[in-house]
Write a protein that binds this ligand. Sequence first.
Ligand SMILES: CC(=O)SCCNC(=O)CCNC(=O)[C@H](O)C(C)(C)COP(=O)(O)OP(=O)(O)OC[C@H]1O[C@@H](n2cnc3c(N)ncnc32)[C@H](O)[C@@H]1OP(=O)(O)O
Ligand SMILES: O=C([O-])CC(=O)C(=O)O
Length: 365
Amino acid sequence: MKEMKKGLEGVVALDTKISYIDGIQGILKYRGINIEDLADLSYDAVSYLLITGKMPDEAELSEYSRMLVANRGINGKLIEVLKHFEFGVEALDGLRTAISCTAHFDEENNQHTPEANKNKAIKLVAEFPTIVAALHRASYGDEPIKPMDNLSHGANFLYMLSGKIPTDLEAEAMEKDLILSAEHELNPSTFSLRIASSTLSDMYSAVICGLCTLKGPLHGGARKGVMDMLDEIGSIENARDYALGKLERKEKIMGFGHRVYKTLDPRARIYKDVARRLAEENGDTSWFDMAEELEHILYHEFVEIKGKPIYPNVDFYSAVVYKYLDIPAELATSIFAMGRVSGWIAHCMEQYSDNRVIRPRAHTV
Ligand SMILES: CC(=O)SCCNC(=O)CCNC(=O)[C@H](O)C(C)(C)COP(=O)(O)OP(=O)(O)OC[C@H]1O[C@@H](n2cnc3c(N)ncnc32)[C@H](O)[C@@H]1OP(=O)(O)O
Ligand SMILES: O=C([O-])CC(=O)C(=O)O
């Protein structure tokens, strides 16, 4: 039996054309394009790029956006189901069940043709924001707000959440958030989705595997963890004691560290810039200042204790962005999933297109 690598660290499990990470230099590309360049596009364009492998031309993008807009509405039966969820702690529990319901309502669910999969992909990308917003409103006894056709994917989500049209900067922040969250090679949720896809299970089931794996606090759940942590710290003066206390108790600090990046996650840099701009627009930079202080403290403390720094990951400044967008912490993981769903679908399709069942071995002790 070969050497066992705990947590599969450094193990290469498959070939992919979808994304590329250089964890030493801090480079991330989707389909060969740097994340810094993608961050200025629309989520629709990036979603199309991830799923089809090709940057859309004007006509292709307009047709893709038209199809997404046409599929934003959700089934009335689903809205009735959402009203029965007790929720307020982690919306992803409701989202997971809701996606399972949408599979029941889709007659193509168990059809495995490329055409059926293309239709499922559109429905999933289009419906995620509507479901998350409707779930949230239902938890307060409010009726869902109908999607607005002329708003971008991100801006429409913010509108469906609160009923207010977002400012230009808020809309830009939401689009960027979805783009930056959309894809990250063989992260845990994508890996679990690829395993499900490799058994030739259907796309909804594979996406639900992704959702369930994203939820954990060591993965996408860390974004909510950061929002809760910022609340707990409360003010910049408390940041040092909080960080030192955590390190002394050998507890993980949410939003820091990464299996692959040994330098700053390139997405964190973009998020930080957006968070700073939102703080300035808001006229209250306290969340941003507290986060930046924590980043500096941890960097220096890690150098002191472990001889190397620790950096914020994608979940750190995204949480600060959510604070300024007035997004409740319990929605953070579900909003991450709204972006990631395009990457998941791309991986599901890539697995189907050149499949071998994923089945490693265990070392029996
Ligand atoms: C979207 C995403 O999934 S991004 C990641 C989101 N998750 C988080 O933010 C949770 C906090 N971070 C972590 O738990 C980890 O850094 C992970 C899960 C992201 C990566 O885990 P691994 O690659 O297994 O690293 P591991 O946990 O072994 O950490 C290596 C060392 O750094 C320390 N370390 C890593 N992250 C942190 C952290 N956030 N806070 C404190 N110490 C940390 C570990 O204690 C360990 O120290 P040791 O060598 O003295 O034992
Ligand atoms: O790649 C990972 O392990 C986690 C991550 O950053 C992501 O999923 O975006």
